[in-house]
Design a protein around this ligand. Structure first.
Ligand SMILES: C[S@@+](CC[C@H](N)C(=O)[O-])C[C@H]1O[C@@H](n2cnc3c(N)ncnc32)[C@H](O)[C@@H]1O
Length: 247
């Protein structure tokens, strides 16, 4: 059987439930792009998976809707409960369409490790922009495209340190890791850094922050070879409808 996010949803939910330093680090990184207090804010979590980011945003007071195309992920998200004082609801939906989300209805869109899974980045950004309020913002993380490209790996010389092998950075498109323990065995879409950044600009977003932090101590303790390279890229961008509409 070929893996998909739906077929590995049970594995992914269990991984996060039992504690994954990488995913905790990733979630903290994405939350760091958001205000500390989200009371009164409506948040759409695109590609919510089992709900780790949605629950965290609700814990900051937001009214959160999490969407994911995997019905099994949404089952896990619903079973994991709310992260009050805010609220969380979930729906099966495609981030390239957002058919369950009304125009101009959310203040924030979060997308944790999910834009690197959508097959059509332009469609996803157009959908995100459609559902954001006039001054809404998008905050997202992706595996750092420079260091997590297709077939990136590790190598060690006879007596030297472990080093990252970059892989096929310019090979954009769908690829699947052959690591049976890796999330990307479900497949994902590689895009270069410039593809992400120019797509944001093309869709009327203004970059506010781009971060590529060192891995946390917990990540380095679990995977010492990851020290010194950012596993994730984080971006916050504001949708400027008014500017884009100006002549
Ligand atoms: C690495 S998981 C991240 C889940 C969650 N955001 C987290 O931080 O744990 C990637 C998620 O992207 C979802 N995904 C795949 N294709 C998608 C699409 N077209 N639109 C929205 N989400 C998608 C997958 O179903 C999966 O739940």
């Amino acid at each position: 059987m070929t893996d998909s996010w739906d077929t590995i949803a049970d594995w992914y939910a269990e991984l996060l439930r039992t504690g994954s330093a990488m995913h905790d680090f990733h979630c903290d990184l994405l939350l760091g792009l958001l205000p500390d207090r989200l009371g009164g804010c409506r948040v759409l979590d695109l590609g919510c998976g089992e709900g780790i980011v949605a629950r965290a945003a609700a814990a900051r007071g937001a009214s959160v809707t999490g969407i994911d195309p995997s019905p099994r992920m949404i089952e896990h998200a619903r079973a994991s409960g709310a992260g009050g004082p805010g609220t969380v609801a979930y729906a099966v939906d495609d981030g390239c369409v957002l058919g369950t989300v009304a125009d101009g209805s959310v203040d924030w869109v979060t997308a944790g490790l999910s834009l690197n899974n959508v097959p059509d980045l332009d469609a996803a950004l157009a959908a995100v922009r459609r559902v954001l309020t006039a001054r809404g913002s998008l905050a997202f993380t992706i595996p750092h495209p420079c260091f997590e490209a297709p077939h990136a790996g590790w190598t060690r010389s006879a007596d030297g340190p472990v080093r990252r092998v970059v892989g096929d950075y310019l090979a954009e498109g769908f690829w699947r890791s052959d690591n049976p323990e890796g999330a990307r065995r479900a497949g994902n879409q590689h895009r270069t850094l410039s593809t992400y950044l120019t797509a944001l600009v093309r869709h009327g977003f203004v970059l506010e922050t781009v971060v590529e932090p060192s891995p946390s101590d917990q990540v380095v303790a679990a995977q010492p070879h990851r020290a010194g390279l950012p596993p994730f890229l984080g971006v916050r961008a504001r949708s400027l409808h008014a500017l884009a509409a100006a002549p």
